[in-house]
Design a protein around this ligand. Structure first.
Ligand code: ATP
Ligand code: MG
Ligand code: MG
Ligand code: MG
Length: 562
């Protein structure tokens, strides 16, 4: 491609609103341009990189047995009403209506559409399992669109969905998708961790996020420096400190919580102060009931933390508060390791409290009017604290390190939630109708692109890894007015193109300085500069990432490139 014919508008200055490198560089190097807050155009080089990321994703999806399809961005409200998410998704779901007044959602995600499709097309175990994916534009009216492509309101996502006749079958698909994700992010050259994540309000069980390590990440993760253990800090276990090991265990307290109004009061009652940084206090029912502290930024819809605690506990919460609490992840923890000396025994009333705290009842996320009456026993709560840097890893291997992460992917065992709400059933071997079991798996394609730039740049611009670079070679003709330079550059261009090399050819009538600056900014991995020694057939060959450069004869070029 000749740069003189290309739409590649580079800028010398950072856009005023761009605080982070990927945003600054993608705009300055001519990959993207903002159209409105959180909404971008991808210019030709941007589109080429997107396509390359997509291609890697496609290859790994196919390997994992997923089939590509495409579903509509416009989704009738009726589907979302079936699952209750028309109300519960909140203001992030963009809504429009057609000329007849029918309401539609702009697809923020596709569980409803895909479950509706499979419900209508598959009704026997013989057709299961199924694994489908799409790469498509998603719409979310983010409260704070920012950081360029990292948090957009319109963005590109790969979303996959699996359907199963059993949880065992789901486990198999989940593992395959997990491996596919590891392959994808490795192939993209990213430094990432797969972390144990919070299963949110969807009531699912296993879920992992794929986090690119980066200072600009909005999540904090805790990982082992020696093993693959890694967790979103929201999910990092509470650990018991054994400093007081020699003391006699405290006498078990009997706690009556029915008169308490807030979670803080519960905590106080237990002799445990809600420390700064601790954002929520939750109950989880598994086989045991556990009192859990988590942390994370839980400011949602302007509802302050204290209100969240209130909303989660007392029965005076408004539907809005409850939804906010739910969005913040209340009552929704995955498995954690409970230290042996910590145990809370509770009766069934606690289940009601748990339901109330996440605003759930049997048919969804509606707040129920339950006044919890809880009796439970606690021992040694004062010894509980969050995991910290330097602690031994919960898997016994290595030491915990904290890092900031960008969530680029998310895999999730949904279980029967959507299939149940939407009546997606199949007949098993005995002709008995059963509810399908589902999984869902997302990758933010455009966010991943920006994450790559966060990890691959220097002070002069982007340093694309070659597997996703928009072009492999940037060919610079320093002075197009000099006939011998132009001739040599033209001839190299044609040779490389004929050999199947992706070349961007800077044939513009610009000064050498401009060409070098632009070239560093755009970040194509290899640069060939045709300049003073053109008459000898000698050019400069430079690697963008390492800065290594030497002069070589044009005849050696193809060997050096391959
Ligand atoms: P976040 O916690 O950052 O808001 P999410 O958990 O809401 O993300 P998911 O519903 O898990 O996102 O969507 C799957 C993937 O889509 C995410 O892992 C992320 O890579 C990407 N994604 C989500 N929201 C955005 C956004 N606003 N802009 C760009 N990519 C996004
Ligand atoms: Mg989100
Ligand atoms: Mg998330
Ligand atoms: Mg997520």
């Amino acid at each position: 491609m000749k740069q003189s014919e290309m739409l590649l508008p580079t800028l010398r200055e950072n856009p005023a609103d761009a605080d982070i490198k990927s945003h600054q560089l993608l705009v300055r190097a001519g990959f993207i341009r903002q159209v409105a807050s959180g909404i971008y155009s991808y210019l030709p080089v941007g589109q080429r990189v997107l396509r390359k990321v997509e291609q890697i994703v496609r290859e790994e999806m196919e390997k994992a047995g997923s089939m590509e399809m495409i579903m509509p961005a416009l989704q009738p409200s009726e589907l979302w009403k079936e699952t209750g998410r028309w109300n519960n998704f909140g203001p992030e779901l963009m809504r429009i209506h057609d000329r007849h007044g029918r309401e539609f959602a702009m697809g923020a995600t596709h569980e409803e559409v895909v479950t509706g499709l499979i419900r209508d097309t598959v009704n026997t175990y013989k057709r299961l399992p199924l694994n489908v994916y799409q790469i498509q534009t998603k719409f979310r009216d983010e409260k704070r669109p920012r950081f360029g492509l990292l948090r957009g309101r319109e963005f590109l996502m790969k979303d996959a969905y699996t359907f199963h006749d059993s949880y065992e079958s789901l486990d198999v698909a989940y593992d395959r998708m997990f491996t596919a994700y590891q392959n994808i992010f490795s192939r993209l050259g990213l430094n990432f961790r797969a972390v144990i994540a919070d299963s949110g309000a969807m009531g699912g069980k296993d879920t992992h996020e794929f986090m690119v390590l980066s200072e600009v990440g909005e999540d904090t993760i805790a990982y082992s420096d020696e093993s693959s253990y890694a967790a979103n800090i929201e999910m990092a276990p509470v650990v018991a400190t054994y400093e007081k090991q020699n003391e006699e265990p405290k006498e078990k307290q009997k706690v009556e919580t029915k008169d308490m109004k807030t979670m803080e009061q519960v905590a106080d009652y237990l002799g445990h102060t809600v420390e700064e940084g601790i954002k929520s206090l939750m109950f989880k029912v598994d086989e045991k009931l556990v009192l859990v502290l988590t942390r994370g930024d839980h400011e949602v819809n302007d509802v302050k933390l204290k209100n969240l605690y209130d909303a989660s506990y007392i029965d005076l919460a408004t539907e809005e508060e409850t939804r906010a609490a739910m969005n913040a992840g209340f009552g929704s923890l995955g498995p954690i390791d409970v230290p042996e000396n910590v145990e809370i025994v509770a009766d069934n009333a606690v289940q009601a409290l748990v339901n109330a705290s996440c605003g759930a009842n049997e048919d969804g996320y509606h707040y129920i009017n339950v006044t919890p009456h809880v009796d439970f026993e606690v021992s040694q709560f004062a010894d509980l604290r969050f995991i910290e840097e330097g602690d031994p890893s919960p898997d016994g291997k290595g030491t915990i390190v904290f890092a900031k992460g960008i969530e680029v992917g998310h895999v999730f065992k949904l279980g029967e939630f959507y299939a149940d709400k939407m009546g997606a059933k199949f007949l098993d071997e005995n002709g008995k109708a059963k509810t399908m079991v589902m999984g869902c798996y997302g990758i933010g394609i455009s966010r991943t692109l920006a994450s790559i730039v966060e990890q691959y740049h220097d002070e002069s611009g982007i340093t694309w890894p070659k597997q996703i670079a928009p072009y492999q070679v940037h060919l610079l003709s320093l002075n197009v007015k000099k006939e011998e330079q132009k001739e040599l550059a033209d001839s190299i261009y044609h040779t490389l193109v004929a050999a199947g090399v992706e070349v961007l050819y800077d044939d513009r009538k610009e000064r050498a300085g401009v060409k070098f600056t632009d070239s560093d900014l755009v970040g194509i991995p290899l640069r060939i500069t045709v300049g003073k020694r053109a008459s000898e057939g000698v050019v400069e060959f430079k690697e963008r990432l390492t800065g290594e450069q030497d002069e070589i004869h044009q005849e050696e070029l193809l060997n050096r490139i391959n």
